[in-house]
Design a protein around this ligand. Structure first.
Ligand code: M6R
Length: 612
């Protein structure tokens, strides 16, 4: 939530900052602002609404400072408004701060500062930060080049919560200070210039060399140098990491929206996820070395995540239980972490997070670790926070996902989780090799099968045109078709704002069927030949009650009597969600377009949920 950017170099900072913010807008888009230093003065410009609204401000194009910080906001404390937008300044206008995260004890700190005579102009938690820095700066009677660093260090000691903070100060006009705790921040190394950002894609067009910050590290950036300090202000060295993603991967590349681009990127993303893992012999996964003995000792596997990532976990439950004969529990991270889950050294806990920065998922991982379980993170972002906490980390390699609605992250997670299931199964030897080999082949076929589905999207588009004005829709399925229906329903809610529910078909008669009336839309997924007869009966029950059904089935499945049917290529039901989700993603996309909504930045949402 919230995106921050920083620049120090010899170029005009403001266009670089605004460009960076535009790329980070998926993290929040309630208001935006920038600050630069010019003529011994910190100049702040901010506005409510989208980043582009900054261009409405008088003088925005006249900013000539070559050092600056910037912020796009997803409001937590204080409604979206100009006053509550970042950057925030201290009372003496000596320090400007942008902040991503939440200061949990801000009220207490604010009261303390008010008692000392400080005044507050916003309703944000952030405003305590520049004022605290100012307070400690004034208290410090020594005058050396570490004075601001000391003030920042003391401030951080007082802060409870999560933060990535960038600080500008008129007391050192050629340096910028940065600190993070439980909130993402990367530093991009340039030549005579340095960049900061909440994530890599936003500054990928300027550099491919990055430093990844750890919690509580304080960084001092100048044009030619990046100095790292631990929380005791002892200088430390950090390795530089080169990122392989091309700059184009963070561009729309001719597509109308990032979401559409990312839907079409799925074949490529899955090829990258699979890599050479299935090429020959038993599966090896880089970053993972679990022994047969350890796997045999397990009595439970937990898969924990949020939103779409959790839905990917639900698909994997079926695979792992079937191939490994180990019970798998899938849980929502925000529930798991507050529930005293039964986890010990005989539990393997798998955490899925595209961004690797989701606060609840990270906290859930830390909890399991403290109880002695081994933890395995699945992420798309190399070096993300979750991967630095986990015992083992494996990557989906899907390339940057910019649209708020997850698409390629989901399909690549389902694929990687299935590969993981096979990896376990090969060691455990609890099922016949043939089952495993067939699944491997089916995984390898997925990219070209997705390409097949994407060749003609007219049927989905036409159905979306017919139903886009509706208020409620229902998704039905059994087994993995139910798991993918949950994802289809989430997609519809988040980008088209249509209320929808997903039910396991067998549950229909236990209540939900009361909601089915004339002309209600039902999306029924039926790809598993073993379950299709039962599913068809459930579909008939809703048709009889007047529902219009849009069915997603495999080409080998008979669908007598259904008028709207989209056929997807035949595959193993364990991985069929990778194919059946494609029409669902497109359906939500086209509905959103018909309604004229912002597909990539749906209301109230942000890509990366870095606060609880
Ligand atoms: O980055 P993460 O995978 O941890 O994000 C988890 C959810 O916030 C995310 O999957 C969300 O549900 C999707 N944006 C929905 O499309």
């Amino acid at each position: 939530m919230c995106g921050i950017v920083g620049y120090i170099g010899n170029k005009k900072a403001s266009p670089i900052l605004i460009n960076g913010l535009l790329r980070l807008e998926y993290r929040g888009y309630d208001s935006a602002g920038i600050a630069t230093i010019e003529n011994d003065e910190i100049k702040v410009m901010k506005n409510k609404g989208r980043v582009n609204n900054l261009y409405e401000l008088d003088g925005i194009n006249d900013l000539v400072g070559t050092i600056g910080i910037a912020h796009t906001r997803w409001a937590t404390h204080g409604k979206p408004s100009k006053e509550n937008s970042h950057p925030h300044m201290d009372n003496s206008n000596s320090f400007a701060v942008v902040h991503n995260g939440i200061i949990e004890n801000y009220n207490e700190l604010k009261n303390m500062l008010i008692e000392k005579g400080y005044k507050f102009l916003s309703a944000t938690d952030t405003e305590v930060i520049p004022n605290l820095i100012h307070y400690y700066f004034e208290q410090d009677k020594t005058d050396d080049d570490k004075k601001i660093l000391r003030a920042v260090k003391s401030t951080c000691k007082d802060l409870k919560g999560s933060y990535a903070i960038e600080i500008l100060s008129i007391y050192n006009k050629d340096k910028m200070i940065v600190v993070r705790k439980d909130s993402p921040l990367v530093i991009g190394k340039g030549n005579g210039e340095n960049y900061l950002s909440s994530d890599i894609p936003a500054i990928l067009s300027y550099t491919k060399d990055f430093y990844l910050l750890d919690d509580n590290e304080i960084v001092e950036l100048s044009r030619d140098e990046v100095k790292f300090y631990n929380q005791d202000l002892k200088e430390i060295q950090k390795p530089i990491k080169s990122i392989e993603w091309g700059a184009l991967s963070a561009e729309k590349d001719g597509y109308e929206d990032f979401m559409l681009k990312e839907i079409y990127e799925q074949p490529k993303a899955i090829r990258e996820t699979v890599g050479a893992k299935l090429d020959n012999g038993s599966i090896e996964i880089e970053g993972l070395n679990l022994t047969k003995e350890y796997l045999q000792s397990l009595n439970k596997i937990y898969i924990v995540a949020c939103g779409t990532a959790m839905h990917a976990g639900l698909v994997a439950k079926t695979t792992i239980e079937k191939l490994c004969k180990i019970s798998v529990e899938v849980d929502i991270a925000s529930e798991f972490r507050y529930r005293e889950p039964l986890v010990d050294e005989k539990t393997l806990c798998i955490y899925i997070s595209q961004s690797g920065e989701t606060a609840d998922t990270i906290a859930a991982l830390k909890l399991a670790k403290s109880k002695g379980a081994k933890t395995l993170a699945i992420s798309n972002v190399i070096g993300s926070s979750i991967t630095r906490e986990a015992d083992y980390s494996i990557y989906t390699h899907a390339g940057p996902e910019i649209a708020v609605a997850s698409t390629k992250a989901y399909t690549s997670q389902v694929v990687l989780l299935n590969i993981l299931g096979i990896y376990f199964a090969e060691k455990l030897e609890r099922v016949e090799k043939e089952i495993i080999n067939n699944l491997k082949q089916d995984i390898l076929n997925l990219p070209s099968q997705i390409e097949e589905i994407l060749k003609d999207t007219n049927q989905v588009k036409n159905f979306a045109k017919k139903v886009y004005k509706e208020k409620d829709m229902f998704f039905l399925g059994r087994g993995t078709d139910y798991a993918v229906s949950l994802e289809g329903s989430l997609k519809l809610k988040e980008i088209s704002y249509i209320h929808s529910e997903s039910y396991a078909s067998g549950e229909l008669k236990h209540g939900p069927i009361a909601l089915i009336e004339n002309d209600v839309t039902v999306i029924a997924t039926m790809t598993n030949p073993d379950l299709v007869e039962k599913s068809i009966s459930n579909v008939q029950e809703v048709v009889t009650r007047g529902a219009k059904v849009f069915a997603i089935t495999s080409e080998d499945i008979k669908n007598d009597g259904l008028s709207q049917v989209i056929k997807i290529p035949k595959t193993n039901p364990l991985i069929s969600p990778v194919l059946s989700v494609i029409p669902m993603q497109l359906f939500s996309y086209y509905i959103s377009k018909e309604k004229g909504l912002d597909v990539d930045k749906p209301r109230n949402l942000a890509k990366s949920v870095t606060v609880e």
